[in-house]
Design a protein around this ligand. Structure first.
Ligand code: ZN
Length: 170
């Protein structure tokens, strides 16, 4: 059994950017409606009325879809950890919490550019201080995730190996 994702189809936009994951039924209907072209087939068979079809592992849309705003990456702990590769952005250790670079108590906002993954130790050192009042230094400027980030969040850490070549971020 293992990964539920192995049953799913990676759908690419007509620009070949990853767009979503589709269930076998959804993939089949896209295929029969000629809305996708198959880039890779799986071994999973689905039967329609008079034929059996191999479910695609990767399909590309025959038309362009404008990704809706709803697909902006939600600002939450899990996604911050993913953006920061589960590393404390001050020391590189495993992340355990979130730090507001400019503390909320000092007017810092809750937005991508002001939050980083952080370990407990650095979080204690940082406390309610501004960064320049501590010995801590940011490893990189935190940015707002764009592009393919959100699909990585959907797919998680165990993408189907057959998808890999299509998941490369720009
Ligand atoms: Zn740290």
């Amino acid at each position: 059994m293992g990964n539920l994702n192995t049953q799913k189809t990676l759908i690419l936009n007509s620009t070949f950017q990853p767009l979503s994951l589709a269930t076998p039924q959804r993939a089949l209907s896209l295929l029969l409606d000629k809305k996708i072209n198959v880039l890779k087939e799986s071994n999973n068979e689905l039967r329609s009325v008079n034929q059996s079809i191999l479910i695609p592992k990767v399909g590309v849309l025959t038309y362009y879809v404008k990704a809706p705003y709803a697909r902006r990456v939600a600002l939450n702990r899990e996604n911050i950890f993913i953006r920061d590769s589960f590393c404390c952005q001050y020391c590189g250790n495993a992340s355990e919490s979130i730090d507001h670079i400019i503390p909320k108590s000092k007017g810092g906002s809750h937005e991508w550019s002001n939050v980083v993954a952080c370990c407990k130790k650095c979080n204690l050192l940082k406390a309610d201080k501004l960064l320049n009042k501590t010995i801590l230094k940011l490893k990189k400027i935190p940015n707002t995730p764009e592009g393919n980030f959100w699909i990585k969040a959907i797919i998680g850490n165990n993408p189907d190996p057959d998808w890999m070549e299509y998941l490369i971020t720009a």
